[in-house]
Ligand binder design. Sequence first.
Ligand SMILES: *Cc1c(COP(=O)(O)O)cnc(C)c1O
Length: 387
Amino acid sequence: MIVRKPIPYGRQFISKEDKEAVLKVLDADFLTTGPLVAEFEVKFAAYVGAKYAVAVSNGTTALHLCALTLGVNKDSHIITSPITFAASANCIRYCGGKVSFIDIHPDTLLIDLNILETTLKENPPNTYDGVVSVDFAGYPVDLERLRHICDEHDLWIIEDSCHAPGGYFTDSSKVMQYCGNGAYANLAIFSFHPVKHIACGEGGMITTNDKSTYESLKRLRSHGITRDSNLLSENHGGWYYEMIELGYNYRLPDILCALGISQLGRAEENIKRRREIARRYDTCFKDLPIIVHPPLHQEIGHAYHLYVIEVDRRKSLYDYLRDANIFAQIHYIPVHLQPYYQSLDSDPVIAPVSEKYYDRCISLPMYPSLSDAEQDYVIHSVKKFYE
Ligand SMILES: *Cc1c(COP(=O)(O)O)cnc(C)c1O
């Protein structure tokens, strides 16, 4: 058999233009805190349809700043999904808050809004403060319904949209609501880790439609420092600034913004390619004992960060593919089962759907530069496993 390059579950593609954009910054005046930060922010905000965007060092720091600006502290109690990357919950722990996990729906693999609704009704008012919702695999949460539920209980929403830039759901007024557009969630966050849609190496973005939140995020990203004359208590001269709250250095350098801007230019065509790859998998797996996710849905613009299937004998399939140099991956080990979360003195988590899903899930290679021949090889290998 031919020796093949390993096929990963996800990977970046860096074009000649991407490289040129980065090289240009290296000769410019600003490697960081320069003009490309605002350019990336404006273009990204336009792409997702939000008013404001704040570029930060990665998706995790984006979540941390969102939690801070919403006032999460040791008395806060937040809800999220167990089927996500740990950072969706960790951001609450950074601020000392408590995290509760609510099970997923078996079809969408997103937080089950019926269970959420019941949980909120069964607990005394003001038990919870907010929800970190996750557009898992690129399937957008029905934020219209989530907002409705959250409004009844006075909860905020952080939309963890790391998997879904360019994804959308259609709301009851038949409007396509793009992930991170700020129409329903208070804040949304994105990651530019190389396996995500837009690769910066490391990088993140927060979007919101609220101006004062936007201003607060910009301060928190850079030490809590301001030069805004309206906020200064005095002014000693041109050099003067004040640190008015405890912030961080969570900035995204211009070098990486250049890469992000260049990559963003291809985001739309890349999503088309991801959807094409997904349709092909869907078609080829129809007659196999495989559950494909999610069931096809006209009203949903799936962003396909991941192509997830559910199978019996998952470990055997994983090992079989690995021997064939196909590096499938498992998304995710339920966060509440991680030793750290187990070690916390929390209420018991009831999430049988998530735990069953974890025993059966596997993510197949899904990225725009996956060639048809490579995809053929993946499909062929999966079929061979079942023969
Ligand atoms: C990647 C990811 C993050 C964290 O992003 P980083 O940029 O790696 O810090 C958070 N949440 C989800 C759902 C992710 O996939």
